[in-house]
Design a protein around this ligand. Structure first.
Ligand code: 5GP
Length: 212
């Protein structure tokens, strides 16, 4: 009995909650166990980013063409820019039984849940709103206006937290990375995720019980 279905895992969280760092460490600590979906976006490339690594950077026209061609699993607007998950890669990995992680915002996450009700939704939050504010201020890269804007987005997003399956309180980074890994691994053991193994056992036992 060795069926293992791949999971579609969605990781969301407030800007400044540390989900990007959790992801990086997850891929580093557990190499080859997880695959990261790379999104397309219309936002400008930031220093240090590389096309095809953090994102596929697209013009508005290119992004709209991808929408028209049905290339996205989901897409959404965040802070004035468009972001979308290319469908082909995620579907391919899921079909191959691999765990694929989508680091996306809440509207997109809920679209994924609609399409794949079995997707695992994880939400990352800092220990308190105060910590979130301090982290954003501490980065020193954004003006007060931008920080307020990000906190306003977080306030809105916080009303959707309950739609997620699990909450990760990111206080100590290594703990959060381990928790995300453990949650994903435990999910694989759910009976609902092992239907074919159960059916196979039932079928074989029925045959054996007839003395065959
Ligand atoms: P950033 O511009 O800071 O890289 O990302 C802004 C937000 O967009 C983050 O919350 C990030 O998780 C989200 N995001 C990144 N890619 C996607 C995507 O493909 N779809 C959706 N819906 N959100 C995304």
């Amino acid at each position: 009995m060795n069926h293992r279905n791949g999971l579609i895992i969605v990781l969301s969280g407030f800007s400044g909650a540390g989900k990007g760092t959790i992801m990086k460490n997850l891929l580093k600590n557990y190499p080859d166990m997880y695959h990261l979906s790379i999104s397309a976006t219309t936002r400008d490339m930031r220093p240090g980013e590389q096309d095809g690594r953090e994102y596929f950077f697209k013009t508005r026209e290119e992004f709209d063409a991808m929408i028209a061609n049905g290339e996205f699993l989901e897409y959404a607007t965040f802070n004035g820019n468009s972001y979308g998950t290319p469908k082909a890669y995620v579907e391919q990995l899921a079909n191959e039984g691999k765990d694929v992680i989508l680091e996306i915002e809440v509207q997109g996450a809920l679209q994924v849940k609609e399409i794949f009700p079995e997707a695992l939704l994880l939400f990352v939050t800092p220990p308190s709103a105060q910590t979130l504010k301090e982290r954003l201020v501490g980065r020193g890269t954004e003006s007060e206006d931008v920080i307020c804007q990000r906190l306003a987005i977080s306030a809105k997003e916080s009303h959707l937290m309950e739609k997620y399956d699990y909450l990760i309180v990111n206080d100590v980074l290594e703990n959060s990375v381990r928790e995300v890994h453990e949650i994903i691994q435990c999910e694989h053991f759910r009976t609902a995720r092992n239907k074919s193994a159960i059916q196979e056992m039932q079928k074989e036992l029925t045959i054996f019980s007839k003395g065959e």
